[in-house]
Ligand binder design. Structure first.
Ligand code: NAI
Ligand code: CS2
Length: 471
C-alpha cells in the first residue's frame, strides 16, 4: 500500500507526523529543483514552521528537467518521510509541507503561473551548481542551448531565468509585490550570484522589468548544510518495513542540519527559526567556512577515496592514509584562508565534520560527490589555493586532491557527469600528462582566472598527477 493522504492512518511504527491541517495551507513557496536536499532541508524547516503555528507556507515543487520526482510524490499527495540515521539509531518523520509537484517541460505555463500567483511570496531553488548556466567569467554562458533559447525568448522557458523573468513580468503587470528568491545551492555568495545572473538575463530580454526586479525583489544569500545521499531502493525497502507503506520519495539523511540566512527579504517569510534557522546580516563567514572546509574535504575524499578503491565517504574517512590528509586540508589549509569566522571555533568545526563524514549509516557514495567537479572545485579548492599561495603558504593536501581530480578526469569523468566533461577530456587528449596541468591552471588555462598557480606548483602538480592511475 502506498503512502498518501488516504492511508495516513495506516502508518505504523514510531513516526513523527505533521501537526497542522495540510489542506488548509495556501502555497506561499515555489521551490525549483525538488531534489533530495530540498526535501531533507528547506521543506523540513518549513514543516517545522507550520508545526509551530505558522500558516500559508505550502510548497509547490518544480522540476525543470523531468517527471521522476513527480512520479514519486504526486501519488503520495506530496507526503514523504525523512529518516535521520546516526550509527544504528534512526528516527522517522513524515513531512507535509510539499503540496504539489510540477514538471516544467510538460507544463511550463503552469510553472510561470505558480510563481506569479498572489499567494506566492518566496521562490527557492536547489538546481545544482550547473543549473545557474555560468560561464568562465561567472556570467551567463550563452553557449548553453537552453539558455540561448530563453535569451531568444521565442519558445517556452527552459532555465530558471526564463521562468523567473516571465513570472516577475506577470507580477509587475498585475500590480503584485515582488518575491524573495532564496538560492539554496552550494555556491559562494549564492544570493548575489543569483541576483547578478538573473539581472543580466532580464537586462537583455526585458529591460523595462529590470528596475522593478532590483527594487521589489530580494535575493538573500544562504548557507545550507545537511548531508543527503541520493535515495536508494534499499532505503525505500527499509522505510516500507518501518512504516508499513511504500514511500517512493523517502530520504535518508543525518540528524545534523543547519541553515544560515541573510535577513534580507522582499516580504513575509516562514518562521524558519522554529526549526533552528539563523537569520544574520552577513552569511559570508558561515558560507565560506562550509564551502572550503566541509565541501573542500568532501571533494577531496571523493577523488582520493575513489583512487584508493573506496565506495563511500565513511570508508574513505576511515582510511589511515586519507584521514590525516583531510584533517590537514581542513585545519591547516582551508581554515587559515578564512578572512572572517563570525566567532566560529574552526578546530571544533573540523572535528564535528570528521564525525559527520564517519557516519556509516549514510552510505554516501563518493561518485555522487565526484559529479560536476568543474562546477565545484573553484569555490571548494581554488579560492583557498589562491588566497593561501598569495600569502606564501603551501597547500600540499589540496594539491594532492587536485592531482587526483585531474587524473580522474581522464578515466572516469563521463561516469559521474560534468557539464565540462567533453572539454576536459579533449584537453587531456591534446595535452597529455605533460601538458594537462598547464592547460587547466597555466596562463590562459581553463581555471586560471580562479587560481594563478606558479610554474613550480604546476610542475609539482604534474608530477603528482602521474602518481594516480584510475581504472
Ligand atoms: P538531486 O539530484 O536530488 O536534485 C537535483 C535537482 O536539481 C533536481 O530537481 C534536478 O532536476 C535539478 N537540476 C539538475 N541539473 C539541473 C539543471 N542543469 N538545470 C536545472 N535544474 C537542474 O540533488 P540534491 O541532493 O537535491 O542536491 C541539489 C543541490 O542541493 C546540490 O547541487 C547542492 O547545490 C545543494 N546541496 C545538496 C546537499 C546534499 O547533501 N545533497 C547539501 C547541501 C546543498
Ligand atoms: C556534497 C554536498 O555532493 C556534494 O558535492 O559535498 O552535497 C554536501 O553533502 C553538502 O554540501 C553538505 O551540506
Amino acid at each position: 500500500m502506498r503512502l498518501s493522504s488516504a492511508t495516513l492512518d495506516k502508518v505504523s511504527g514510531s513516526v513523527l507526523m505533521p501537526r497542522y491541517e495540510r489542506s488548509a495551507q495556501a502555497c506561499g513557496i515555489v521551490h525549483i529543483g525538488l531534489g533530495a536536499f530540498h526535501r531533507a532541508h528547506q521543506a523540513v524547516y518549513t514543516d517545522d514552521a507550520m508545526n509551530d503555528g505558522d500558516r500559508g507556507w505550502g510548497i509547490v515543487g518544480v522540476s525543470l528537467l523531468n517527471a521522476d520526482v513527480q512520479a514519486q510524490m504526486s501519488p503520495q499527495d506530496g507526503l514523504y518521510t525523512v529518516r535521520e540515521s546516526q550509527g544504528s539509531a534512526t528516527t522517522i518523520r513524515l513531512i507535509g509541507s510539499v503540496r504539489t509537484v510540477l514538471v516544467a517541460p510538460h507544463d511550463p505555463i503552469t510553472v510561470v503561473r505558480a510563481i506569479a500567483d498572489p499567494n506566492t511570496r518566496i521562490v527557492s531553488c536547489t538546481i545544482t551548481e550547473k543549473g545557474y548556466c555560468r560561464g568562465r567569467d561567472e556570467r551567463l554562458d550563452r553557449t548553453l542551448p537552453d539558455l540561448a533559447s530563453d535569451l531568444a525568448a521565442d519558445a517556452a522557458p527552459r532555465t530558471i531565468y526564463g521562468f523567473l523573468a516571465n513570472a516577475l513580468s506577470m507580477r509587475k503587470q498585475s500590480g503584485l509585490p515582488g518575491l524573495s528568491l532564496v538560492c539554496c545551492d552550494n555556491l559562494a555568495d549564492n544570493g548575489s550570484q543569483l541576483s547578478a545572473l538573473l539581472g543580466e538575463f532580464i537586462g537583455e530580454t526585458d529591460p523595462s522589468l529590470l528596475e522593478w526586479f532590483y527594487d521589489r525583489c530580494r535575493c538573500p544569500s544562504t548557507m545550507v548544510d545537511r548531508i543527503v545521499p541520493a535515495t536508494t531502493d534499499a532505503d525505500r525497502e527499509q522505510t516500507a518495513r518501518d512504516i508499513g507503506l511504500r514511500d517512493e520519495a523517502t530520504i535518508n539523511t543525518e540528524p545534523f542540519r543547519q541553515w544560515v540566512i541573510e535577513d534580507n527579504f522582499a516580504g513575509p517569510r516562514p518562521r524558519w527559526e522554529s526549526g533552528g534557522a539563523q537569520f544574520v546580516p552577513d552569511v559570508a563567514p558561515f558560507e565560506t567556512a562550509k564551502l572550503r572546509m566541509l565541501n573542500g574535504a568532501h571533494s577531496a575524499l571523493a577523488y582520493l577515496g575513489l583512487a584508493r578503491g573506496h565506495e563511500f565517504v565513511h570508508q574513505a574517512m576511515a582510511d589511515p592514509e586519507l584521514r590525516p590528509l583531510i584533517e590537514s586540508l581542513m585545519c591547516k589549509e582551508a581554515a587559515p584562508s578564512l578572512a572572517h569566522t563570525a566567532g566560529l571555533d574552526l578546530n571544533a568545526y573540523a572535528q564535528a565534520l570528521t564525525a559527520r563524514f564517519s557516519n556509516a549509516a549514510l552510505r554516501h557514495r563518493l561518485t555522487q560527490i565526484a559529479m560536476d567537479g568543474s562546477q565545484k572545485i573553484p569555490q571548494r579548492w581554488l579560492d583557498t589555493l589562491e588566497i593561501q599561495n598569495k600569502k606564501g603558504q603551501d597547500c600540499p593536501a589540496l594539491l594532492q586532491a587536485l592531482a587526483a581530480w585531474i587524473a580522474f578526469l581522464r578515466a572516469r569523468v563521463e561516469e559521474v557527469g560534468d557539464p565540462m566533461a567533453a572539454t576536459l577530456i579533449t584537453l587531456w587528449r591534446r595535452r597529455g600528462k605533460s601538458g594537462i596541468v598547464d592547460a587547466l591552471f597555466g596562463p590562459g588555462g581553463l581555471f586560471a582566472h580562479h587560481w594563478s598557480a606558479s610554474p613550480e606548483i604546476r610542475r609539482r602538480l604534474t608530477q603528482m598527477v602521474a602518481g594516480f592511475d584510475f581504472r
